[in-house]
Design a binder for this molecule. Structure first.
Ligand SMILES: [Zn+2]
Ligand SMILES: [Zn+2]
Ligand SMILES: [Zn+2]
Length: 210
């Protein structure tokens, strides 16, 4: 698994990425007032998606919740969400600076069709912030490829959502299916997107990744 560093745009193996960030991030240092940032990795153990975020340590779990929602999760409306450590729910007001490096949190979004994430606090960084980039997405998994269930060849671009018999369609098979008919399309199929929320609850993708 490889990913691109979104600061320097070089490509790294996932297991070398955090070490790379340790040298890449400090190169952003400028003169003047420095700010503490925390490096956070969010992972979907169920589907294998992962992403790295650099966030000022004065931000709260509530802010992290919003970052995760915008990046991966926002679907039909505002679902409930929560962070936990060893099954104990945490206050959304907790600041990220309160978590030691190597802290591990569990996160749940939507308590009925739940998307679970593991949140790890990896490192602290101190440097001059760029006001345009108060929190940064530093890297994420490459999109996974799914194969069409009809022709077993084409790269899937649409799927029938969870709960309605999941299946993937390539562009050709999709256009030829009843789902490709305008009357059905919007209601029965969802786009293949790079998110653990794919195929659930009308999720159509993140603006960050387009
Ligand atoms: Zn880099
Ligand atoms: Zn929803
Ligand atoms: Zn096909």
């Amino acid at each position: 698994m490889v990913l691109e560093c979104l600061i320097c745009h070089r490509v790294f193996f996932a297991n070398k990425f955090v070490r790379h960030l340790g040298s890449c991030i400090p190169k952003q240092v400028g003169a003047g007032k420095t700010v503490q940032y925390v490096l956070i990795r969010a992972r979907s153990e169920d589907f294998g998606h992962f992403a790295y975020f650099l966030i000022p340590d004065s931000k709260t779990l509530d802010d992290l919740d919003e970052i995760l929602r915008n990046f991966w999760l926002n679907c039909c409306y505002e679902h409930m969400s929560a962070f936990f450590i060893r099954k104990e729910e945490l206050s959304m007001d907790l600041e990220l600076r309160g978590f030691e490096p190597k802290s591990k949190l569990d996160y749940m979004y939507d308590f009925s069709y739940t998307t679970y994430l593991t949140i790890e606090v990896l490192k602290l960084f101190e440097f001059e912030p760029n006001p345009d980039n108060l929190s940064w997405i530093l890297g994420h998994n490459e999109p996974f490829e799914y194969i069409c269930d009809t022709c077993n060849k084409g790269k899937a671009v649409q799927l029938i959502p969870e709960g309605r018999g999941r299946g993937f369609f390539c562009q050709t098979c999709f256009a030829e299916s009843v789902y490709g008919d305008d009357e059905y399309e919007e209601h029965y199929c969802l786009p293949v997107v790079n998110s653990p929320r794919m195929g659930i609850c009308e999720y159509t993708g993140s603006k960050n990744l387009d």
